[in-house]
Design a binder for this molecule. Structure first.
Ligand SMILES: *Cc1c(COP(=O)(O)O)cnc(C)c1O
Length: 487
């Protein structure tokens, strides 16, 4: 994207210009100040920009051009599964029978919507191998927290009040320890071994009768499948703990392995990752959970149920942890995920995982020639490189990430997981073509060459973006969310 002369809408403003054209008033005019005395009518007009329609359209088109999404180019943001979101999903989500309904409507008038939710639950039960699904949580992280709250309620229902420890691997996604903390648990770390997998001996050391649960991502954040998962399940169950599966990255295993079959008691899914809900500025998300029969009584309420072909909500769940999201969750994302699952079918979802794994291994085997690959076994949907060789030449992973922007490629996830020095976590997804992957390989090799021959061009990147290097801490802590006039 070229640096541009891009005036904001306030700077385009000229007094008296308008871009609206209202029809004639067909109700009696009122003097607001006289008629409404409750103090809610503003006394001074808002200072709004005055622009014509063309300037208005240029403003918004300009803003969207400054953004980078999956439709702009390659987006290998590890763990985030930035795959293509099919347009047919949007078609279905806009059908008036779905988009014009209201949560307070009588259930007899929204049978189709309830049937879709019920059917989606059934499909997700099949995909995960779990006993029952709740669609409610609004994100993966909320699904984690909801599952932990249910596990807590389960232990307490057995009079087991002292289990206050949740075990989390050192490679875990940051939301795992965060969810454990918010659910009132202490986080106990379990180490990874030199293959990047959970160290089973260390797991044996940290479990005890205070263990409420183990939270595990499989394949883990290094993109590696935890081969000793059944042994780990036995160890945790052996001390009375439960197993929670972080299923944000189900993209690698659909149709091949299921958390339920691996012995997990609870799992969350990210409909906005694996199941093509738009995300990364295009949200909202959706993080349904699946649970075992033992945990099902604690599910958030209401749950959608079916009886003799009639659908409704079941609120009669005395042990439920309650409602975790207003109304019934992010319904629009259910529609997109449901459309995706139905258009792909069972075989199609299997192909998705096959191609996701193939694409990741193709990139990994080509990139390991110039970049350090700390864990060398085949990966699943993603893999983690280290920029340690380039660091010796004075170019760090953050510089490589910025240089990718000049090549119209979104940087991978960087400096995560924490156990890899100068980490670059790369997830191509199944929706990218071989040409796109080959281009990424050649760009990465080119940047490696630049690091050797002309490091300044990497160190000063990005050269073509609207903004250069941001103070990321300040941007997060002190975001500027509205126009501020420069004097
Ligand atoms: C994305 C992700 C999460 C969190 O999901 P959100 O919807 O962003 O809250 C949790 N774990 C892993 C492994 C993830 O990739």
């Amino acid at each position: 994207m070229a640096k541009e002369n891009f005036p904001l809408i306030f700077e385009r403003s000229q007094e008296g210009r308008t871009s609206y054209n209202l029809p004639a008033l067909d109700v009696p005019e009122v003097d607001l100040e006289e008629e409404i005395t409750d103090g809610y009518v503003r006394k001074v007009d808002a200072e709004l920009p005055e622009v014509d329609e063309l300037e208005l359209m240029r403003h918004y088109t300009g803003l969207s051009n400054r953004n980078y999404g999956i439709l702009s180019g390659f987006y290998p943001l590890g763990s985030c599964t930035m795959k293509y979101n099919p347009v047919i999903n949007e078609d279905v989500a806009r059908l008036p029978g779905f988009s014009h309904i209201h949560p307070y409507q009588d259930t007899s008038t929204v049978q189709g919507a309830l049937e879709m939710m019920y059917d989606l639950q059934v499909h997700l039960e099949e995909i995960t191998g779990m006993h029952e699904i709740s669609l409610q949580p609004a994100a993966g992280s909320q699904g984690e927290w909801t599952s932990l709250m249910m596990i807590k309620a389960f232990h307490e229902s057995n009079g087991d009040f002292d289990r206050d420890e949740v075990i989390v691997p050192d490679s875990a996604h940051g939301t795992n320890p965060a969810s454990a903390t918010i659910a009132g648990f202490k986080t106990i770390e379990v180490k990874s071994n030199d293959k990047g997998l959970v160290d089973v001996e260390d797991l044996k050391r940290v479990v005890n009768d205070k263990t409420a649960a183990l939270m595990l991502t499989n394949p883990n954040t290094l993109g590696l499948f935890e081969t000793e998962i059944t042994e780990m399940a036995e160890i945790v169950h052996g001390v009375g703990g439960k197993l929670f599966y972080d299923g944000a990255n189900l993209n690698a295993i659909m149709g091949y392995s299921r958390p339920g079959d691996m012995g997990f008691d609870a799992v969350h899914l990210n409909l906005h990752k694996t199941f093509t809900g738009p995300h990364g500025g295009g949200g909202p998300g959706s993080g349904p959970i699946g649970v075992s029969k033992e945990l099902a009584p604690f599910l958030p309420k209401p749950v959608v149920r079916e009886k003799d072909g009639v659908y409704d909500f079941n609120y009669d769940l005395p042990q439920s942890i309650g409602n975790v999201k207003s109304y019934y969750g992010n319904f629009g994302i259910y529609l997109r995920a449901y459309t995706y699952i139905r258009t792909m079918g069972a075989e199609g979802l299997k192909r998705v995982s096959e191609y996701a794994v193939l694409n990741a291994n193709y990139l990994m085997r080509n990139l390991e020639k110039e970049y350090e690959l700390p864990f060398t076994q085949h990966c699943k949907h993603e893999f983690v490189l280290s920029g340690s060789k380039q660091k010796e030449k004075g170019v760090r992973t953050s510089d490589i990430a910025k240089r990718l922007i000049d090549n119209n490629i979104h940087p991978p996830t960087v400096y995560f997981p924490l156990i890899v020095d100068e980490a670059m976590m790369i997830e191509p997804t199944e929706t990218e073509s071989k040409e796109t992957l080959d281009n990424f390989i050649s760009v990465m090799n080119e940047i490696n060459k630049e690091a050797e021959e002309n490091p300044d061009v990497v160190l000063d990147a990005p050269h073509n973006a609207t903004v250069g290097r941001l103070d990321e801490t300040q941007a997060a802590r002190k975001p500027v969310l509205r126009y501020q006039k420069e004097d």
